[in-house]
Design a binder for this molecule. Structure first.
Ligand SMILES: C[S@@+](CC[C@H](N)C(=O)[O-])C[C@H]1O[C@@H](n2cnc3c(N)ncnc32)[C@H](O)[C@@H]1O
Length: 339
């Protein structure tokens, strides 16, 4: 089917919607409707916005399908509140702030990133440090990043906890655990397992606070470590998982990470990595293909790969019986064994 001019224009103007939405989160417009229908004047007063400009936002948000309107009263569209109201555990405002502070500025340099075949952090932030050093310089940025990733990860975590036979293992370590929701879900489902989270120092501080104030403070250990440097617990965990992290790094670094994990496993140990790979013929999927551009503009050489490419790196790092374990949800789970 031929593509139309309107489709192309719609793709080009997509950022209008992105920025209207992130601005609405920033202004607190959705929270101003959390208690139910409210007038334009009340919403603008609660959001501390002038009525004239606030009205433009409400008209656009209504046209985007996020609000409904009855007479003079605006309210959140059915089903929208859990994602739009900041008191909800599924609030997507975390993602809005991460987009405004990091992704949108970096994506402004996409053409230059392609020309340079390199991230654009220095152009945007005037800073030569690594992606995670820049991302983690403010605790509030750590929170934004980890909280929205935790929401993204939920369907994968449900699939992994249901689809992996954890009874075969006694000690489980999740490296780069982020918000820590996978170890918490595994702790809930598998009372016999000893569990650890291994994270970069700033992320470890954040997740330690969460774990310490939760139900599994006695069962989940939080340790600082860097899987690229190889400073992770050695020979202690017979199951290690790494989620959505290989794609943050260049293929050579991925290989180093895989080798370090191989070395850290005891003989007989198993490693699992969850990723969202490209199709084998590199025709998509759309989200992964765009994520690969996101990796280009932001990270230290990060790139999306096909399942075969991931499995080849596993084998190069020394893993045996490398395979995909089918689980429900949005991610592919790669498995390798240390014999
Ligand atoms: C994209 S997030 C993924 C979070 C979570 N595992 C998931 O599956 O959604 C990558 C995580 O890896 C951690 N990380 C990045 N580089 C690391 C390193 N060199 N050593 C240990 N953790 C690292 C980051 O702090 C971050 O929490």
């Amino acid at each position: 089917m031929e593509i139309s001019k309107d489709q192309i224009v719609d793709l080009m103007m997509g950022f209008f919607k992105t920025k209207t939405l992130t601005a609405a989160f920033d202004l607190g417009l959705f929270d101003a409707m959390a208690e139910g229908p409210a007038s334009l004047e009340d919403i603008c007063a609660r959001a501390n916005a002038p009525v004239a400009s606030g009205k433009r936002m409400l008209i656009a948000l209504h046209a985007m399908g996020l609000l409904q309107r009855e007479g003079d009263a605006y309210s959140l569209a059915p089903g929208a509140a859990p994602y739009l109201v900041s008191q909800s555990p599924q609030w997507l405002g975390w993602l809005g702030r991460h987009i405004d502070a990091f992704l949108y500025p970096l994506w402004s340099y996409t053409a230059q990133a392609v020309r340079d075949d390199k991230d654009q952090r220095e152009a945007v932030f005037g800073d030569k440090r690594s992606w995670f050093d820049i991302l983690y310089q403010n605790p509030s940025d750590v929170t934004d990043f980890q909280e929205f990733l935790g929401i993204f990860a939920k369907p994968f975590i449900d699939g992994m906890v249901e689809g992996v036979d954890f009874s075969a293992y006694s000690r489980f370590m999740d490296i780069g655990s982020g918000v820590g929701s996978l170890p918490v879900a595994v702790a809930e489902a598998c009372p016999h397992l000893e569990i650890a989270i291994c994270e970069l120092p700033k992320a470890a501080c954040y997740v330690r606070d969460k774990i310490m104030s939760g139900e599994f403070a006695d069962r989940i250990d939080v340790v600082e470590g860097d899987v690229i440097a190889g400073t992770i617990p050695q020979q202690e965990y017979d199951l290690i998982h790494l989620g959505w992290m290989l794609h943050d790094y260049a293929p050579d670094t991925q290989l180093q990470i895989l080798r370090n994990i191989y070395d850290a496993l005891p003989a007989g140990g198993v490693f699992m990595a969850s990723e969202t790979p490209l199709d084998e013929d590199e025709s998509g999927p759309l989200f992964t293909s765009l994520l690969s551009i996101n990796m280009l503009v932001s990270t230290d050489g990060g790139v999306e790969s096909t399942a075969q490419q991931y499995m080849q790196r596993f084998e190069e790092a020394g893993f045996s019986n490398v395979r995909v374990l089918r689980i429900n949800g949005p991610r592919t789970l790669f498995v390798g064994e240390k014999v």
